[in-house]
Design a protein around this ligand. Structure first.
Ligand code: HEC
Length: 162
C-alpha cells in the first residue's frame, strides 16, 4: 500500500517535472527534446575549433580572459550603483579598444581570422558600451553590455585553446 502510494507520487512528480521542462523549453523557444536533465552541452560533441597557442601565450591569453570576466563584473557592479562614469571607464580602458596592447599582437598569429575578428568585435562593443553608459541610460547600457557578453559566449562556443 505504502509502496503503491509512493509509486503514484513518483508518477505525479515526474508528470509535473516533465510539464515544467516542456513549458520552460517552449517559452525559451527550444524544442522540448533539447532540454534534458543535463545541460545540452554536457552530452554534445565538442566541435570547437582549436587555436594552437604556444604555452606561454596560452597562459597569458587565459589570464587576460580571467581579467575580462573581472571587467564584466566591475561594469555590472558600477551599473548596479548607478555609477555610469565608472562603468564607462572600465568598458573603454580595461575591456574596450583602448585596452588593446602587445599581448593582442602576440596572440594574433595563432588565431583563425574569424576568431581574431570576433575578439576585435567584442572590444569594439565594449567601447560602444562606454559611449552609451555615458548617456546615463540604464536600459541601453545593459543592452550594450549584453552585446559584449554575447561576443564572449559566441567565441567560447566556437573556439578553444589547445
Ligand atoms: C575571440 C575569442 C574569445 C572572446 C571574444 C572571449 N574569449 Fe574567453 N576564452 C577564449 C578561449 C579560446 C578560451 C579557452 C577555452 C578553452 O580552451 O576551453 C577562453 C577562456 C576564458 C575563460 C577561462 C580562463 C581560464 O583561466 O581557463 C574565461 C573566464 C573567459 N574566457 C572569459 C571571457 C569573457 C568574460 C569574455 C568577454 C568579455 C571573453 N572571455 C571573450 C576565447 C575568447
Amino acid at each position: 500500500m505504502i509502496n503503491y502510494k509512493r509509486g503514484v507520487l513518483v508518477v505525479i512528480a515526474s508528470v509535473i517535472a516533465q510539464s515544467y521542462v516542456t513549458t520552460a523549453a517552449l517559452s525559451a523557444g527550444h524544442e522540448p527534446s533539447m532540454v534534458g536533465h543535463e545541460p545540452p552541452t554536457a552530452e554534445a560533441p565538442d566541435t570547437r575549433v582549436v587555436a594552437d597557442f604556444p604555452e606561454p601565450i596560452k597562459q597569458a591569453m587565459l589570464q587576460r580572459m580571467r581579467r575580462n570576466l573581472t571587467d564584466i563584473q566591475r561594469i555590472q557592479a558600477a551599473l548596479g550603483e548607478g555609477n555610469f562614469d565608472q562603468a564607462a571607464e572600465v568598458a573603454e580602458f580595461s575591456l574596450g579598444v583602448s585596452s588593446l596592447g602587445p599581448h593582442n599582437a602576440r596572440q594574433a598569429p595563432y588565431m583563425p581570422s574569424a576568431m581574431k575578428e570576433l575578439g576585435m568585435t567584442m572590444h569594439k562593443a565594449s567601447s560602444q558600451l562606454a559611449l552609451v553608459a555615458q548617456t546615463g541610460d540604464m536600459q541601453e547600457s545593459v543592452r550594450e553590455l549584453a552585446k559584449v557578453t554575447g561576443y564572449c559566449v559566441a567565441c567560447h562556443a566556437s573556439y578553444r585553446a589547445k
